[in-house]
Design a protein around this ligand. Structure first.
Ligand SMILES: [Zn+2]
Length: 207
């Protein structure tokens, strides 16, 4: 083995140590927010926990159709603590990404649109792609990609994001979110963002 080759392998090994998340992934851990007694946003009998679970199941189907493996932190209406969600995610940390699905709420009922939260650098690269696809898919107000210290994106060891697919506290947006077509559009947009991220990782265009 010549010196240049040795040096190249050393550099690759170092990059792996600094940036383990750059490894290719074949699994998406899907985390439907809230559940059980934890309703999330609750407006006029519409519960975030149900909208998030339905969207998560649609995302699961989309990703499987596109050849990815999926792990759901919950598949029913039961309570799951934040550390339990992280524990499930971290069992798959080596070859996965983590996506938490939520719908938003605010005291200001005019607030509307989409936002995606990240904590780490690779989460940011994933968030940018998912946010862009969601905004396009539902022609929503782009509230941007934002840094946050939310438990599930801070303590998971893989690239992780938390998606807010619209405001249940906004009358017009809630009516849209209540339709299966809207939730399908959000699920597919998140799925497209994930696949773009995966392709860009492989091409070295994302971390
Ligand atoms: Zn939520």
């Amino acid at each position: 083995m010549n010196i240049r080759r040795k040096f190249g392998i050393l550099l690759l090994a170092m990059a792996g140590l600094v940036c383990p998340a750059a490894a290719n992934f074949n699994t998406v851990v899907i985390d439907a927010g809230h559940g059980g007694h934890n309703l999330g946003q609750a407006v006029g009998g519409v519960y975030e926990k149900w909208m998030a679970l339905d969207t998560s199941i649609r995302l699961e189907a989309y990703l499987r159709r596109h050849g990815l493996r999926t792990v759901m932190t919950r598949r029913g209406d039961y309570f799951l603590s934040l550390p339990e969600r992280v524990e499930i995610a971290n069992r798959h940390a080596r070859n996965s990404i983590f996506v938490s699905i939520h719908y938003n709420g605010a005291r200001n009922t005019n607030a509307a649109g989409l936002e995606t939260f990240y904590f780490g650098r690779s989460g940011y690269d994933l968030a940018v792609r998912v946010q862009r696809e969601m905004v396009r898919a539902v022609r929503g107000n782009d509230r941007g990609v934002k840094f946050a210290r939310f438990h599930v994106i801070r303590h998971t060891r893989q690239p992780a994001i938390l998606v807010e697919g619209g405001f249940l506290t906004n009358d017009a947006e809630r009516r849209r979110i209540m339709t299966g077509a809207y939730r399908q559009a959000i699920a597919e947009a998140v799925g497209r963002g994930i696949i773009q991220y995966r392709n860009d990782l492989r091409r070295g265009r994302a971390r």
